[in-house]
Design a binder for this molecule. Structure first.
Ligand SMILES: Nc1nc2c(c(=O)[nH]1)N[C@H]1C(S)=C(S)[C@@H](COP(=O)(O)O)O[C@H]1N2
Ligand SMILES: [Mo]
Length: 332
């Protein structure tokens, strides 16, 4: 993602910037060994490490939050699940810093108890939910979704939650409610980068009502059978698997129903680069880089060919009809 350096100026990551720490380290070691003429040994150790990276690894020691197998179409992929260690140490959560390793290092200061989520705006039943009540509102399911960042990396994660639609039906939106806005926590006391000028806080995201109602849109409380670690957006985040990762707001405190398309955090920061829809689309490039391919974290190493990005991140059968007749180059 790009970093705002002043009121209007931006610097941004080039593809090599998005190398995860571990791979970067390995590349440095490899370069050192190559310089020493030990290329064969270096390659052997690389291959060994790649093999070790297979398997999902063990989650941390957080409270268990198992989910039943989901019956929602598209909710499970047969692709290999990303190692928990990668999923929980390679993150975007700018409230805790702009480096991929920052959220895992810094998010321990986030206070997730007590936590409430206010549902407000154009609904018949506005209500503030204690997180404990929100968790129980519907049955927890495990959904194995890909999440693709606009920067070109992706992961496969077993999320735990329920369809946002279950909550929406409970609060009964009014007829003029057309959009759902997600407002996230912005507490400078517990989130060290809130107050920095990287983004206009709080981090806000939004969906059109039919997108929010699509059964794939997951109100997410856990991953890998446990509650979310802080850096992944505890205690509640969204996962919208057919959109670029930044649509999946973390640590949500307000859900607001509106009649106008809300301004969203990245759209405010750079409207020409981040549109409202932000559907994963290999045919529509980011103005400064291609979106046609991606690298799977922990799997696609230095020498691997990048994999092709799929239309709607592979969820076209489930969500393609939401955009029938729309010019997706215009509504990017
Ligand atoms: N509140 C908040 N939510 C956020 C972000 C953020 O900076 N702040 N980053 C977004 C981006 S760019 C991505 S790619 C995903 C990353 O989720 P992950 O760290 O669980 O992979 O979170 C999204 N949600
Ligand atoms: Mo992202």
């Amino acid at each position: 993602m790009l970093i705002k350096t002043g009121n209007s100026g931006f610097t941004h990551s080039i593809p090599s910037d998005i190398t995860p720490q571990g791979v970067y380290q390995q590349r440095r070691e490899l370069m050192k060994l190559l310089a020493g003429g030990a290329a064969g040994a270096a390659l052997a150790s690389w291959a060994g490490r790649e093999a070790l990276a297979q398997g999902a690894g063990k989650p941390g020691k957080l409270a268990a939050l198992p989910g039943a197998k989901s019956a929602v179409a598209g909710a499970v992929t047969m692709e290999k699940v990303t190692d928990y260690k990668d999923a929980s140490t390679y993150n975007n959560f700018y409230e805790f810093g702009t480096d991929k390793g920052d959220p895992a290092k810094n998010a321990h200061t986030l206070v997730t108890k007590p936590w409430t989520v206010a549902v407000e705006g154009l609904v018949k039943q506005p209500r503030t939910y204690a997180i404990e009540d929100l968790i129980k509102l519907s049955a927890q399911e495990e959904r194995i979704y890909r999440l693709r960042c606009v920067e070109g990396w992706s992961m496969v994660i077993p999320w735990v939650g329920y369809s946002l639609a279950d909550l929406i039906k409970k609060v009964e939106p009014l007829g003029n409610a057309k959009y759902v806005e997600f407002i996230t926590q912005a507490d400078p006391k517990t989130m060290p980068f809130v107050g920095s000028r990287v983004l206009d806080w709080p981090y806000v995201e939004a969906l059109r009502m039919d997108e929010a109602m699509n059964p794939l849109t997951l109100l997410t409380f856990g991953m890998y059978g446990e509650v979310l670690p802080n850096q992944s957006g505890a205690p509640v985040r969204l996962v919208v698997p057919w959109k670029y990762g930044f649509k999946s707001g973390k640590s949500i405190v307000k859900i607001r129903f509106t009649d106008k398309e809300p301004r969203t955090a990245w759209n405010k920061a750079a409207a020409n680069e981040y549109g409202f829809y932000s559907n994963v689309n290999p045919a529509v490039d980011h103005p400064r880089w291609s979106q046609a391919t991606e690298r799977r974290i922990g799997e696609d190493g230095l020498f691997a060919k990048k994999r092709k990005t799929l239309m709607f991140n592979g969820y076209e059968a489930q969500v393609g009809q939401l955009y029938a007749g729309m010019d997706l180059k215009k509504f990017f």
